[in-house]
Ligand binder design. Structure first.
Ligand SMILES: [Zn+2]
Length: 185
């Protein structure tokens, strides 16, 4: 099984896990946050419904809370607004309202990067895809169902040499049989 497919599966299961967790958090607290990351010059708005996780990411310098282009050796994190909500999108809309207010300020980094590396483009694409799935859950589910339906009865040749049904490949690659065969190759 090609490495990129394994990666894709991992990414999907990560997204589903995050969705479930976001849902649980939403039911418990129903409070989201718009936050602002800034260095001495520039700033970036983001939003989250899991402020604890976001603060941890910020604390440990994980840049997936946004603001990739900021100077992370000198960064400030502040909550600009608490947003009670019923749908996650309400928090995003609030975040967007801040971005709109500052859209003509070149110090505000919430915009398409004029220049970006291939690596950054890839990251942006992944981020866009994740966002799309979150914003279009019905469409995403329908797509997923269609993809699964198209795989029923189709078998593929695994990297280990086994012929495996496409719908079982993720289970198959975890089996001892597969692992042994790969190791003995
Ligand atoms: Zn295999």
């Amino acid at each position: 099984m090609p490495f990129k497919d394994i990666e894709k599966r991992r990414e999907n299961s990560r997204i589903n896990g995050k969705k479930r967790r976001d849902k649980r958090l939403a039911e418990e607290g129903k409070k989201g946050y718009v936050y602002k990351l800034s260095d001495d010059t520039n700033y970036y708005y983001g939003s989250t419904i899991n402020i604890k996780e976001r603060m941890n990411k910020y604390k440990y310098g994980k840049k997936d809370c946004g603001g990739h282009d900021l100077d992370w050796s000198n960064i400030k994190f502040e909550i600009v607004e608490e947003v009670p909500y019923t749908e996650r999108n309400e928090v995003r809309q609030k975040e967007q309202s801040y971005i709109n207010l500052h859209k003509d300020d070149e110090k505000c980094l919430n915009k398409m990067r004029a220049f970006s590396t291939k690596e950054q483009q890839k990251k942006d694409r992944v981020k866009y895809n994740i966002q799309w799935r979150l914003d279009n859950p019905e469409k995403y589910e329908a797509q997923k169902k269609k993809a699964i339906a198209s795989q029923v009865g189709v078998s593929v040749l695994c990297d280990c040499g086994c012929k495996v049904s496409k719908t079982h490949i993720s289970r198959h690659i975890k089996t001892q049989k597969h692992i042994n065969k790969i190791n003995n190759k």
